[in-house]
Design a protein around this ligand. Sequence first.
Ligand code: FAD
Ligand code: SF4
Length: 328
Amino acid sequence: MINFDYIRPSTPKAAIDAINKDASAQFIAGGTNLVDLMKRGVMNPQKLIDINNLPLRAIEQGAGVIRIGALALNSDVAEHELINKKLPLLAQALKAGASQQLRNMATVGGNMMQRTRCPYFYDTVMPCNKRNPGSGCSALKGYNRMHAIFGASNACIAVHPSDMCVALAALDAKVIVSSSKGKRRILFTDFHRLPGATPQKDNNLQRGELITTIEVPDNAAFAQRVLYTKIRDRASYAFALVSVAAALDIKGNTINAARLALGGVAHKPWRLTTAENFLKGKPANITNLQQAAQLAVREAKGFGYNNFKLKLVPNTILQTLKTITGLS
Ligand SMILES: Cc1cc2nc3c(=O)[nH]c(=O)nc-3n(C[C@H](O)[C@H](O)[C@H](O)COP(=O)(O)OP(=O)(O)OC[C@H]3O[C@@H](n4cnc5c(N)ncnc54)[C@H](O)[C@@H]3O)c2cc1C
Ligand code: SF4
């Protein structure tokens, strides 16, 4: 591991000033991803700005929104009464992630910013455009079982590994970030990006910006019939092969509105707006649920070892929707 400087500012302004002064500095929160990457030589910051003293841990009710501080621990959010009552889909997704020990360290902001689990990204002797732009993508013709079936490019077919982010994308959350220029709000679905020709950029956060808060609409319609389904190789300590975050607003037997997003399939949480629009106003019956599940994979493309996801995705969506609607 390389030597590095370490500071622990106590205000967001001091943390932002510090990152602006040093091009090789990085924020560190729980450290559960960044420290691994530093040990393996994948990331080599010369300075760590520990943000754990910043007052960004609150989980609270706002006017029409629920606010979650960027430093709230994954375990605290998952167990919080307000979150379990109003955002049960988020609580389920968090509990499906990592292990209790990791969730006790991991923060909301760090979870959003965690890097891909593509094995070639972690293996510093292998070509990888995300780690070393222009070197090539070893996964394209390599062992790509965990990789993307949506939105990939010739430069990178990695997926974003978070569970939490899939639920936040489905629930229309917003990300509030601060910098020396002030505050801005980013739609959660616009926070992460597709790889295109620049896969080294995971998201649209600009250098010098600090994630401070996540705002999630307080929408009772999406707090009743919800389910996060995660398909993985083992029950704990495993990232999603495919996951589905689903919330249905149903009156009688009619689906008023649907919120659907996938994890483990793209460089960002993959929102299924076509399937959502299809379900809107339709009866909750097996035929409609099957059609929605099939619509979801219309633009999917496998890369060999991950072709199984082309079937696993619609099957997981269908099973999730059947469970929510009581049709299974
Ligand atoms: C064995 C293992 C299994 C795991 N399984 C899962 C899983 O199944 N599902 C899942 O979702 N995750 C999983 N994880 C990932 C885990 O959830 C992340 O490592 C964790 O959420 C990162 O949070 P952190 O606070 O530790 O981030 P850190 O490691 O401290 O930071 C990660 C990155 O975020 C940046 N950052 C942190 N906070 C901010 C902020 N406020 N503003 C701007 N930048 C910031 C840092 O600069 C750094 O680049 C697993 C991890 C491990 C080690
Ligand atoms: S998929 Fe992306 S992260 Fe993996 S080797 Fe290719 S460029 Fe690197």
